[in-house]
Design a protein around this ligand. Structure first.
Ligand code: 5CA
Ligand code: ZN
Length: 419
């Protein structure tokens, strides 16, 4: 499916810094070591409702990864999916008496608009589950034929992955079996279902049900793909069997990323599937995770309609560290708005303290597991000093600081090209 439109990213002078990120599998911050071509797969939306600030914060995290890699001279091959067929989409469409295809198309279009407004660089390939079904069905057959999958004998045609076929199962999430069972039940799995070899076995293919859309699965019979195999197959096909970063929110650590890694590793014969499993914290509202099922959502499009500038929104979201679960409040937004205003004023100064020092500082903060609060504090300090008239000999500083904010933080503060 179509991606969205990006913008020109200014090239920065000086020396870039290699990016280190926290890897959920190893439980430590470690340097990313991409080749000339860096590869990243990020789990995108299930489009049954509008983009909320949680989605935006997660997408923003991986936008910063892309910006840091580009700054270091890598070509970034970035794939993001759209889960444009899944139970929640069908349930919402049925509730509202709407065609599920129309619902998915409308919400995906809105997501693209929100991403553009937030200046989130587009993925190289933006891929839907539906358009990937032939490839997914093909790989489910490979797993089945190779003994890693089995068909339930209850007449449904459902096919499961046998976690016993994944010797490393658990390495990505580092969870106890008890915790895995809890998360599986809460996050789309079905540990209670009779007939499975192991309660943790995830669904690969759901046989056709009355009233549900189904696709030709060849020998699998008609049906539709499970969730984890969707991401595994899209990533393998478009990025290869060893990727640099597998990303998403921390609600995907288990079962989603554990299972998609298990699928991918079984299919490719190579492990680990991702060098880094990177997870963004959950954005919450009124003390709870923002989620479509809870309905406590703040939509990006609502804020845009209320004339909140997307750059202020961006600054509000990156004021916290990406890995921290954090609450969205009016205060967070207000601080973002004030900060953006101040940065713009400072970027309009005729001169300021050294732009090269600021650039090196921001690179250093971001290279250390995307320390955006640290990077933002450096720009704050620079802005205060510029507005106080310090550094009146460096007339190039405001332009360089604006380019730094644009290229590395994605925040447009000056008159430098917006696109
Ligand atoms: N389509 C699947 C991934 S394959 C999915 O999880 N869709 S989603 O619409 O629920 O979420 C889209 C992305 O936003 C995922 O990476 C998810 O982890 C992330 N996300 C969802 N809710 C939040 C939240 N409250 N805060 C931060 N990130 C979130
Ligand atoms: Zn996914």
């Amino acid at each position: 499916m179509d991606s969205w439109t990006g913008h020109e990213v200014p090239r920065l002078p000086g020396t870039s810094q290699p990016l280190a990120l926290f890897d959920s599998a190893r439980q430590m911050v470690a340097a990313t070591r991409p080749a000339d071509r860096a590869t990243m797969y990020v789990c995108g939306i299930t489009p049954y409702d509008a983009t909320h600030l949680g989605h935006a914060a997660t997408m923003l995290t991986f936008d910063l990864v892309q910006r840091m890699w580009r700054d270091a001279g890598h070509q970034v091959d970035y794939v993001q999916n759209v889960t444009d067929i899944d139970d929640p989409l069908l349930e919402r469409a049925a509730r509202d008496g709407e065609d599920w295809v129309v619902l998915a198309m409308r919400e995906t279009a809105l997501f693209r608009e929100d991403m553009e407004a937030l200046r989130i660089l587009p993925p190289t390939r933006y891929v839907g589950a539906v358009e990937s079904i032939p490839a997914i069905a093909d790989q489910v057959r490979v797993l089945l034929d190779g003994g890693a999958g089995y068909r339930l004998d209850d007449g449904t045609g459902d096919v499961y992955f046998d976690v016993a076929a994944a010797p490393r199962f658990g390495y990505e999430s580092n969870l106890s079996r008890e915790q895995m069972l809890v998360f599986s039940a809460e996050r789309g799995g079905d540990p209670q279902r009779p007939g499975k070899r192991d309660p943790l076995d995830p669904l690969l293919w759901r046989g056709a049900r009355d009233g549900e859309p189904a696709w030709n699965g060849g020998p699998l019979g008609p049906g539709r793909p499970g969730w984890h195999i969707e991401c595994a197959v899209i990533a393998l096909r478009l990025l290869g069997s060893r990727i640099d970063v597998q990303g998403g929110g921390n609600d995907l650590i288990f079962p989603h990323h554990e299972c998609s890694a298990a699928h991918a590793e079984r299919l490719s014969g190579q492990a680990p599937f991702a060098a880094h499993y990177v997870h963004a914290g959950m954005i919450g509202l009124n003390g709870e995770k923002m989620s479509k099922s809870r309905g406590n959502l703040v939509f990006v499009s609502r804020l845009r309609a209320d004339r909140v500038d997307p750059m202020a929104l961006r600054l509000a979201l990156i004021a916290g560290h990406y890995r921290a679960d954090r609450q969205w409040t009016d205060e967070v937004l207000k601080t973002g708005q004030q900060r953006w205003q101040r940065w713009r004023e400072a970027a309009g100064c005729a001169a300021g303290p050294s732009g090269a020092d600021l650039l090196a500082g921001v690179r250093g903060r971001l290279a250390d597991d995307l320390d955006t609060p640290g990077a933002v504090a450096l720009v704050d300090e620079w802005a205060d000093r510029a507005l106080a008239g310090e550094g009146s000999t460096d007339r190039d500083a405001p332009r360089l600081v604006a380019a730094t904010c644009d290229a590395l933080l994605g925040v447009r503060v000056g008159d430098q090209p917006a696109r």
